[in-house]
Design a protein around this ligand. Structure first.
Ligand SMILES: Nc1ncnc2c1ncn2[C@@H]1O[C@H](COP(=O)(O)OP(=O)(O)OP(=O)(O)O)[C@@H](O)[C@H]1O
Length: 249
C-alpha cells in the first residue's frame, strides 16, 4: 500500500484545563474516505480543525504528504504551514460563505488572491465547478438567497477551486433541514467516486455506511474503534460504540 497521505500520531490538545484530544492517531490513504463519528464533545471537530491548522495542538505529529504540519508538537514557519494547508480544503457545518460576495465571488476570491492564474481561467473553473454541484444558474446569487443545501454545495465548490488533494468536512449536513441533506451527500458521494481523499466528521450514519471506506469512532478524545462500515456497524467491539450507535441509529 502507498504511504498514507495523512498521518497523525499521538495528537494532544487542551483548552485550558479541558483535555480535548488525549492521544489521537490516524492514517488516511490517498483516495480513502474516512468517516469520523462519535458522541458530542468527543473532540471530532477539534481533531479535524487541527489537521487544517485552525487549531494548534499541544503535542504530537501531523504529516500531510511529505511534509510535517507539526512534528512532536513543533510547527514550522508560517510560509511552510500555508503551503501545507493550501493542499487541503475545508467545508464547515455553517458554510462560512462570504455574505457580501455573490456565489461566483465566493468561488473566485481565494484563487484570485493566491494563484497566479489568468482571471479568465479562474472564471472558467468557477463555472465548471458550479455545474458540477448543480448550481450553474446561481453564480450571480448572494448566499442569503440560497437554501442551506445550495449554500453547502457552493462551499464545496469553493473548496474545490483550490484543487485540494484532501477535503475535510466538519458535519456538513448538521445545519440542514433533513430534506436538504440528500443533495449535499450526493455531491460528496460523487467526489468519493472520483477518488478524492476525504475525512468527514458526520452524524449521518447512512453516509458513513454507504460511502466511507473506513469508519473511525471517537470517544473522550481518542479513537477507540476503526473498521469498514460493515465491521463497525455490524459488530462493534467497544461497549461505548454500541451505546452510541444504539442511540443514533
Ligand atoms: N475554542 C474552544 N475553547 C474551549 N473549549 C473548546 C473550544 N473548542 C471546543 N471546545 C470544547 O472541546 C470539547 C470537544 O469539542 P469538539 O467540538 O471537538 O467536539 P465534537 O466531538 O466535534 O462535538 P460535536 O459533535 O458536538 O460537534 C467540547 O467540550 C468543547 O466544548
Amino acid at each position: 500500500m502507498d504511504k498514507a497521505i495523512i498521518e497523525v500520531k499521538n495528537l494532544r490538545k487542551s483548552f485550558g484545563a479541558l483535555e480535548v484530544l488525549k492521544d489521537v492517531s490516524l492514517s488516511v490513504a490517498r483516495s480513502e474516505v474516512v468517516a469520523v463519528i462519535g458522541p458530542s464533545g468527543s473532540g471530532k471537530s477539534t481533531m479535524l480543525r487541527s489537521l487544517a491548522h485552525l487549531e494548534e495542538v499541544n503535542g504530537g505529529t501531523i504529516r500531510i504528504g511529505e511534509d510535517h504540519l507539526v512534528l512532536d508538537g513543533k510547527y514550522p514557519g508560517a510560509a511552510k504551514i500555508k503551503e501545507i494547508t493550501s493542499r487541503m480544503g475545508m467545508v464547515f457545518q455553517h458554510f462560512n460563505l462570504f455574505p457580501h460576495l455573490t456565489v461566483r465571488g465566493n468561488l473566485e476570491l481565494a484563487p484570485r488572491l493566491t494563484k497566479r492564474l489568468p482571471a479568465a481561467d479562474i472564471a472558467r473553473k468557477a463555472e465548471e465547478l458550479l455545474a458540477k454541484v448543480g448550481l450553474q444558474d446561481k453564480g450571480d446569487a448572494y448566499p442569503a438567497n440560497l437554501s442551506g443545501g445550495q449554500k453547502q454545495r457552493v462551499a464545496i465548490a469553493r473548496a474545490l477551486m483550490m484543487s485540494p488533494e484532501i477535503l475535510l468536512f466538519d458535519e456538513p449536513t448538521s445545519a440542514l433541514d433533513p430534506e436538504l441533506t440528500g443533495e449535499v451527500l450526493e455531491v460528496m458521494r460523487q467526489l468519493a467516486g472520483e477518488r478524492m481523499t476525504m475525512v468527514v466528521v458526520t452524524h449521518e450514519m447512512g453516509f458513513a455506511r454507504e460511502v466511507a471506506d473506513r469508519v473511525m469512532f471517537m470517544a473522550d478524545g481518542e479513537f477507540i474503534e476503526s473498521g469498514t462500515p460493515d465491521e463497525l456497524f455490524g459488530n462493534p467491539r467497544q461497549e461505548r460504540t454500541k451505546v452510541f450507535l444504539n442511540r443514533v441509529l
